[in-house]
Design a protein around this ligand. Structure first.
Ligand code: APR
Ligand code: PHB
Length: 388
């Protein structure tokens, strides 16, 4: 089998890249190691920046997002019970869209199924070969048979634990990483959200977030130690802890219920450099991880693959290498700004075991500065809705 672009991974990065290439007439095959149902079962963040919304529209898959997504004009920050509304619309004239990553993935999958473009699911032992030259190959096993896909380039869209970055010789890639000493315990529940806007709350017991998927489905998180076991958390224990971290007025109107999903996610900041190795290009979580504070993960993935699709189109339609040559440096600029913002929001809102009372006072001063400075609020707003 032969294609122009072999895409490894059918998460949002791989599926969006496949869609953009298909629209431009560039041939691509996606190889995914899990099943479609498994991919759709992963619950992740759900805030889209304007750039991500525009990309879904340009890809012709924005219809359901506009019908079912919720426009959010701001967010609330809470610090030990004091509330601060950051109104994006007033501060910078922009907004974000609450629409789950699972739904984005579903819309992209449906579109791909309709056009009949090839996605190979349940592929075992996916391996990439000869990407330091101009004739790379991908091999995989399916139903016990080994297959080879010859291609011109490989797009590594296979997430943080994928095979692509791991296949690059160690001395060719530099990793920049910070692992936080805590994770987020998340619960999904079929109850209306506690408030109209998202609430990011700092409390001495730890961070909490009130988010949502729709007007009838809510998503809540509490900061927990990174080795925390989800089995230790009954629904009742979760709701008690969440209420304890919210201000009393919010806690009083929280609607609880049986969780429909509950999981612990570690918090990590990570960037690989560079993002191109000969004929191999990394995008999305394969290239970088942000802590979820600020909801930048999916948005960064979308901006990576927009640039990568343009680069491949330049190469295969126009015959110019400029886009692929410039890919790594171009996307890394935006990646590092989103890394900075996610790290900053994480640092402001979580409790850090090692920083002591000095660190707590600095966090309080940062919150008070935000509350008193329109410039600081504008800075938060322009980062949250997404830098160009
Ligand atoms: N071979 C084939 N597919 C693989 C392999 C492999 N060896 N390893 C992983 N995959 C698949 C995974 O099963 C997954 O479906 O690659 C896909 C990667 O998808 P994601 O992890 O969702 O990464 P990405 O598409 O870059 O999306 C980034 O995900 O983690 C969130 O916050 C992040 O929202 C952001 C988004
Ligand atoms: C979510 O709804 O899952 C969510 C929202 C905002 C974040 C992180 C996660 O910053």
């Amino acid at each position: 089998m032969r294609t122009q672009v072999a895409i490894i991974g059918a998460g949002p990065s791989g599926l969006m890249l496949g869609r953009l290439l298909e629209q431009a007439g560039v041939d691509a095959v996606i190889i995914e190691r899990k099943s479609p149902d498994y991919v759709l079962g992963r619950i992740r963040a759900g805030v889209l920046e304007q750039g991500a919304m525009d990309l879904l529209d340009a890809a012709g898959v924005g219809e359901r997002m506009h019908a079912e997504g919720l426009i959010h004009r701001g967010v609330d920050l809470a610090f030990d019970g004091d509330m601060l509304n950051i109104n994006f619309e007033k501060l910078i004239g922009k907004h974000v869209m609450v629409y789950g990553q699972t739904e984005v993935t579903r819309d992209l999958m449906d579109a791909r199924r309709q056009t009949g473009a090839l996605t190979i699911y349940d592929a075992d032992d996916v391996a990439i070969h000869d990407f330091d030259g101009t004739a790379p190959r991908v091999t995989y096993r399916k139903d016990g048979v080994t297959h080879t896909l010859d291609c011109d380039v490989i797009a590594g869209c296979d997430g943080f634990h994928g095979v692509c970055r791991a296949s690059v010789p160690e001395n060719s890639v530099t990793s920049f990483e910070r692992v936080y000493p805590f994770g987020w315990l998340g619960v999904l529940v079929d109850q209306p959200p506690v408030a109209e806007e998202l609430i990011y709350a700092h409390h001495e017991r730890g961070f909490a977030l009130c988010s949502m998927r729709s007007n009838t489905r809510s998503r809540y998180y509490v900061q927990v130690p990174s080795d925390e076991k989800v089995e230790n958390w009954s629904d009742d224990r979760f709701w008690d802890e969440l209420r304890a971290r919210l201000n009393p007025a919010t806690a009083a109107v929280l609607k609880t219920g049986a969780s429909i999903e509950k999981s612990v996610a570690p918090l990590r900041s990570f960037v690989a450099e560079p993002l191109r190795f000969g004929s191999l290009f990394l995008a999305g979580d394969a290239a970088h991880i942000v802590p979820p504070t600020g909801a930048k993960g999916l948005n960064l993935a979308m901006s990576d693959v927009k640039v990568l699709a343009e680069a491949f189109i330049e190469r295969f339609v126009e015959g110019s290498m400029a886009g692929t040559d410039g890919y790594s440096a171009k996307v890394l600029q935006r990646i590092w700004k989103a890394e900075r913002f996610s790290w900053w929001m994480t640092s402001l809102l979580h409790t850090f075991p090692e920083t002591g009372n000095f660190g707590r006072r600095i966090q309080r001063a940062e919150f008070d500065y935000l509350a008193g400075s329109l410039a600081a609020q504008q800075s938060l707003a322009e980062n949250y809705v997404g830098l160009p």
